[in-house]
Design a protein around this ligand. Sequence first.
Ligand SMILES: [Zn+2]
Length: 424
Amino acid sequence: MIKVIKNGTVITMSSNREKIENIDIVIEDDKIIDIVSNYEGVYDEIIDATDKIVIPGLINSHTHLGMSYFRATNDNLSLQDWLNNKIWPIEDKMDEEDVYYGSLLSIIEMIKTGTTCSSDMYFFSEAAVKAIDESHVRCLFTRCLADINNDGDKRIEEFRNLYNKYKENELIKFSVAPHALYTCNLEYLKKCSKLAFELNLPVHMHYLENRQEIEDIKKMYKMKPLDVLKKSGLINNKLILAHCTFLDEDNLKAFKDKDISVVHNPISNLNLGCGIADITKYKNYVNVCLGTDSQGSGNNLNMLYHMSIVDLLQQGIHEDSTVLSSYDVLKMATINGAIALGLEKEIGSIDIGKKADIILLDMNDSLTSPSIDIITNLVHNAYNNVCMTMINGNILMKDKELLLNIDENELIKIINNRIKKLKS
Ligand SMILES: [Zn+2]
């Protein structure tokens, strides 16, 4: 099956080309096979991209898809109060079906806003992965690991079963995810590190989300968080560290020559009063990518909305408008995310040979016209402008119409009924 995205303005996010106008992208099945002016070969489907912006699908490097029930529930609460009072009591009552439907809602939100791949960790993972598999979206998936009630080994066993079941899946890859240092212990972290080496998978975890967490870890382990990473062996794994709101010089220097990526989650950090990660500094030491966290703390999974905040925050805290460009931010949401997830050979840019994870944005409306500096306008204003989403060559939204086999209105009713029940 040959599809041609015709006559678009393409921002490739590739190392050698930034923006190409009036160009055709030729896709055979799941792959980009040519990028050419006026393609005249055979085709099965033309996608007219005239006057539209074409970019690689966005990569959300830190999500909890099953948590859509908690959308915007974080008013006036610290991270610890929010988890203890708003999240964990309800999560205790959730079942497989809750997570399945919650994940479906998140997946729809991602497709509508141009995210084609996420890095997800949660529980009831069989239900979440079923939603991901049925929707044909790309995901670096995992079962969240922790050792809170001496059930750590059981969780690892569940993870292994899940991994063995889905490891050949084309769109679903895996990470190993100890939830955070404060929900594990040293022996358990060592097990997680070994498991990731054994299966050659990256490790995805929360790290230094707020100051309180740093103190809790010091009390719990009688050592600094960085020393816990070193002692457990995790520092030598390929690490995807979500948040990192406070990385001091010691952390940054220790991370510099390692395979470590920081996932910046600015709205979640702001909402929970955690602080602002100085990613302008971090990017000199590590690969920095972008995540939304769940809708609970991040309000939504709309990466385009979160991208605008990234740029503004850094310029504000540094009192310097030159520290980060819109292009840098777009990189965080595309190729840097792919590098973090270990998928940079497959996704993250529009290049011949890569998977066809591509989105189109129609900027021809009153809220985004005129579009003179395309990348700046896209990063700051295009929250509602994604009109086509393609994953692995499959079109999942076209002309803003979802092509999934899901009744969206029915799903919203199901979610509303389920959260009412969970809160009662
Ligand atoms: Zn998180």
